[in-house]
Design a protein around this ligand. Structure first.
Ligand SMILES: NC(=O)c1ccc[n+]([C@@H]2O[C@H](COP(=O)([O-])OP(=O)(O)OC[C@H]3O[C@@H](n4cnc5c(N)ncnc54)[C@H](O)[C@@H]3O)[C@@H](O)[C@H]2O)c1
Length: 250
């Protein structure tokens, strides 16, 4: 089989679905992984060259099955996009251990487990990993004790992967999206939060799924063949900006 194969986790909707569509347009076959079976089945049925894998990336036995099913179907893995994520916004004192664990299970354990399990196949293809963190992993903010900490861990995990896997010519990079209107963000972004983001972002708007997915696919591509261990924010300028900008605007 010569056609390249990608695994995209959290592919049923949002940034993962948009990434899947760009990869398909670029000629990849895509194993679409999501634990939301209803949504995944629906979007996968509308696409060719995909495998719907209804599984949970935070459970080690499920991760083994994701890799085995992808290899049985596609015979190779060239790209892994660790995009599945969950958000939870709450004050430190109200963040129970269960809430903390729920975020860490998917956002940190999932990225670790999926990447580890994919290494043998990625060695064969000299493939690439892109992990999805967040601007919340780059800059601290209120209510994000679990989410922000989990995404900071993804950033460091990416650097660890790049350091160790470079000798196999496996690249690992990380994309930090700014706010994008998806089911995940709608659940935690009130109108006040949306307004505050607009004020803090030089481009003065939310990004689109496509604007994040394009950066992910670039990092997977040959055009980024000498790029590894990098943390790229696709965030309208949020991360680079200091205080006082809204007041200075015309
Ligand atoms: N939307 C934003 O504003 C934003 C900003 C920064 C970072 N991100 C990150 O981008 C990624 C994608 O977010 P999105 O906004 O497209 O979210 P989304 O909720 O629209 O999609 C996430 C998908 O991941 C799946 N998923 C969650 N946990 C899973 C698990 N354990 N196993 C398998 N599938 C699982 C969900 O079912 C869902 O389909 C996440 O990692 C998120 O943290 C999003």
């Amino acid at each position: 089989m010569t056609q390249k194969v990608a695994i995209v986790t959290g592919a049923a909707r949002g940034i993962g679905l948009s990434t899947t569509d760009i990869l398909l347009a670029e000629g990849y076959r895509v194993a679409m992984v999501d634990r939301d079976g209803d949504e995944l089945t629906q979007v996968a049925a509308a696409r060719e060259n995909v495998l719907a894998v209804i599984r949970d990336v935070s459970i080690p036995s499920e991760v083994e099955a994701i890799i085995a099913e992808t290899m049985a179907w596609g015979e190779r893995i060239d790209a892994l996009v660790n995009n599945a994520g969950v958000a939870d916004f709450g004050p430190i004192e109200e963040t129970t251990f269960e809430r903390w664990r729920r975020v860490m299970d998917t956002n940190v354990d999932g990225v670790f487990l999926m990447s580890q399990a994919a290494i043998p196949a990625l060695k064969e293809t000299q493939g690439a990993i892109v992990n999805i963190a967040s601007i919340s992993g780059l800059r601290a903010s209120t209510l994000r004790v679990a989410y922000g900490t989990s995404k900071a861990a993804v950033i460091q995990l990416t650097k660890q992967q790049a350091a160790e896997l470079g000798e196999y010519n496996i690249r690992a990079n990380c994309v930090c999206p700014g706010p994008v209107k998806t089911k995940l963000s709608i659940a935690v972004h009130s109108q006040d939060i949306i307004n505050a983001y607009h004020d803090s972002i030089p481009l003065n708007r939310y990004g689109s799924e496509r604007e994040i997915a394009d950066v992910i696919v670039f990092l997977l591509s040959e055009k980024a063949s000498y790029v590894t261990g990098q943390i790229i924010a696709s965030d309208g300028g949020f991360d680079s900006t200091g205080v006082g900008l809204p007041a200075l605007r015309k």
